[in-house]
Design a protein around this ligand. Structure first.
Ligand code: GAP
Length: 491
């Protein structure tokens, strides 16, 4: 079972401290969300799983953490200043403002040419408002999605020399550091650079909880390969690896799907992109409307390294980038050739992964009293709290003392909490609802036999474990699921 819709998760997330609407006491801020005590742990666990999988468990990937605000020229030469925009239309009937390219009828039917006249289609009444169905829409106009800011206390708001942007992708911080990482770490191609961090986009229509927000977190990796590598095949291989990673996070394969992005929808840098889609909208009756992008794997060619390099020239011999002081080409010792590496880029979102994981983990179970309980069957590696230590009698100092001592002894190896704020049934239910894999009960007998009851979240089965064996027992059962190894797919 998975959550029947996103709203179920929104209410659970707020009630149990995963995600709160941001700035609520001032009326909120459209599509901004704050991660609470359990949400921040879940996000951190997703990021750690990803980092461990790519940077620690493989031998060919390094990590970086670049600035969010980069020199404006980075965005000029990456193409974002000129092309990182969405087409915007207004509905004259219901006054909604929407992204034109998401509307029914915007793109010509398959088989027609890719460079089409969108405004001609809008004026011909072929494009429909997503809110009221009207075709009475304004012409589209482009809106750059990068957030602007000005650098320096004395800077005038309109001073172009002080203009800077909040990054709309973490990728550029990787490209501009390609040579630094390659030389400092003495890397040979193929190798990758990974980065996780916040990105910002002034989305026209954010929404659906944490699915589309203006501030979000990305986990991106740029994998540098030779110009004559089998780029399309590498895209497929990374898709396969990420599918395994998502399954390892507990997401059911039936809720994942691939989408070959059509040519007219490709980003300006991409020759091929495959999106991994998640079934975020299972309640929609039309199957094809149930899916939304979870992540994308793109073949970015040598576009970015070449654009940021000082040497390339145009047909007239003029430098294409007169501002760069570096050439980001690579010298291959084995072939004695110099070239701009090509890039395969798996780009995932932390927030969309968290939402998919929460939706997939959601389940309900009815106990023998006929009460329905929510159980969040999170993969143990992702669970915000791994073990809850519960005293059976909170008015018995010896039991409370023993429970607190167990909590302290587990804390260095895993996230444990102590809770005595209710009867045992209620305490179990609370932990089930937040996905805690193990509840550990300290009872009267524990004082005699130095053992505790370990209750499994998913089966509700209980077993008696010696306190001295507890940490090892839990750690064994918490081990991450096996995930694809580089040897299984990489050349
Ligand atoms: N560097 C390539 C790049 O940024 P993208 O498809 O635009 O590619 C990658 O973004 C991932 O980042 C998406 O698949 C999604 O998971 C996440 N993402 C993008 N925009 C987002 C938004 N507005 N809110 C939440 N996540 C977003």
């Amino acid at each position: 079972m998975a959550a029947p819709n996103i709203d179920t998760i929104v209410s659970l997330a707020k009630r149990r401290g995963f995600v709160f609407p941001s700035s609520e006491l001032y009326g909120g801020l459209g599509s901004a969300w704050d991660y609470g005590p359990l949400g921040v742990e879940l996000c951190n666990n997703v990021k750690q799983s990803w980092w461990r999988w790519l940077v620690y468990e493989r031998d060919d990937i390094e990590g970086v953490d670049s600035s969010i605000i980069l020199n404006r020229l980075v965005w000029q030469y990456s193409g974002h200043e000129a092309t990182f925009h969405d087409p915007l239309v207004d509905c004259r009937e219901c006054k909604s403002r929407m992204r034109a390219d998401k509307l029914e009828g915007y793109f010509p039917e398959e088989g027609q040419q890719a460079d089409f006249d969108a405004n001609a289609r809008i004026r011909a009444g072929l494009v429909k408002c997503s809110e009221c169905g009207s075709t009475n829409l304004t012409d589209e106009r482009y809106f750059n999605m990068m957030f602007r800011t000005t650098l320096g206390a004395a800077a005038d708001e309109n001073d172009p020399t002080a203009l800077a942007y909040l990054r709309p992708e973490t990728a550029q911080g990787i490209f501009i550091n390609f040579l630094n990482v390659q030389t400092a770490m003495r890397r040979k191609i193929p190798f990758g650079i990974a980065q996780v961090g916040k990105s910002f986009r002034n989305e026209i229509t954010p929404g659906n909880f944490i699915l589309r927000t203006r501030e979000f977190e990305q986990m991106e990796m740029e994998y540098f390969v030779k110009p004559d590598a089998e780029h399309f095949k590498l895209v497929d291989e990374w898709v396969a690896l990420y599918l395994e990673w998502f399954k390892g996070l507990g997401i059911d394969a039936s809720n994942l799907q691939l989408k070959e992005v059509p040519a007219e929808e490709l980003a300006h840098y991409s020759k091929r992109t495959v999106d991994i889609m998640y079934r975020y909208f299972p309640e929609r009756s039309e199957e094809e409307r149930q899916w939304e992008e979870l992540m994308g794997i793109a073949y970015r060619t040598d576009f970015d390294l070449r654009s940021h390099s000082s040497k390339p020239t145009d047909e007239e011999g003029k430098r294409v980038n007169p501002d760069s002081t570096e050439d980001l080409s690579y010298f291959d010792e084995s072939t004695k050739q110099r070239f701009y590496p090509h890039v395969i880029e798996p780009a995932a979102g932390v927030n969309r992964t968290v939402l998919a994981v929460l939706m997939d983990a959601y389940s309900e179970r009815t106990n023998d009293k006929g009460e329905t309980r929510v159980i969040l069957k999170l993969s143990p590696q992702l669970a915000p709290i791994k073990a809850a230590i519960l005293p059976l009698a909170k008015n018995k100092p010896e039991i409370v003392g023993m429970a607190k001592a167990i909590k302290r002894s587990l804390q260095p190896v895993l996230r444990a909490v102590y809770d005595d704020t209710g009867g045992i049934g209620k305490l179990y239910a609370r932990q089930d609802e937040i996905g805690t894999p193990f509840c550990i009960t300290v009872d009267h007998q524990s004082l005699e036999d130095e053992a505790v009851t370990v209750r499994d979240r998913d089966t509700w089965e209980q077993e008696r474990i010696k306190v001295t064996d507890l940490a090892e027992h839990l750690q064994k059962r918490l081990k991450p699921f096996p995930i694809a190894t580089p040897e299984t797919a990489m050349p």
